[in-house]
Write a new protein. Structure first.
Length: 86
């Protein structure tokens, strides 16, 4: 509670090394499974591919829809955009 952060103390270094080792272990755990199993690797790559396509498509839909609406707003400044009440 009243303890100040000091990166030079042994307590801070031990806590950092412990959490870093745990994080490294748990992030490397799937690597062994994916390396040894063809089907697990194939499913992982498929999920990664679908996520990338979904993310890219969502980005382009968002950007192009915004530019499309701005094109009409720029043509006619007299039109006021009315937002629905909350």
């Amino acid at each position: 509670k009243d303890e100040k952060f000091n990166y030079k103390t042994w307590k801070t270094k031990i806590i950092f090394v412990t959490f870093q080792a745990g994080y490294t272990f748990f992030t490397m755990l799937p690597c062994k499974v994916l390396f040894e199993s063809f089907w697990a690797h194939l499913v992982y790559l498929f999920i990664l591919y679908v996520y990338c396509v979904w993310n890219g498509a969502r980005y382009y839909i968002h950007i192009f829809a915004e530019r499309y609406t701005l094109q009409f707003i720029a043509k006619d400044d007299n039109i006021k955009v009315v937002e629905p009440p909350p």
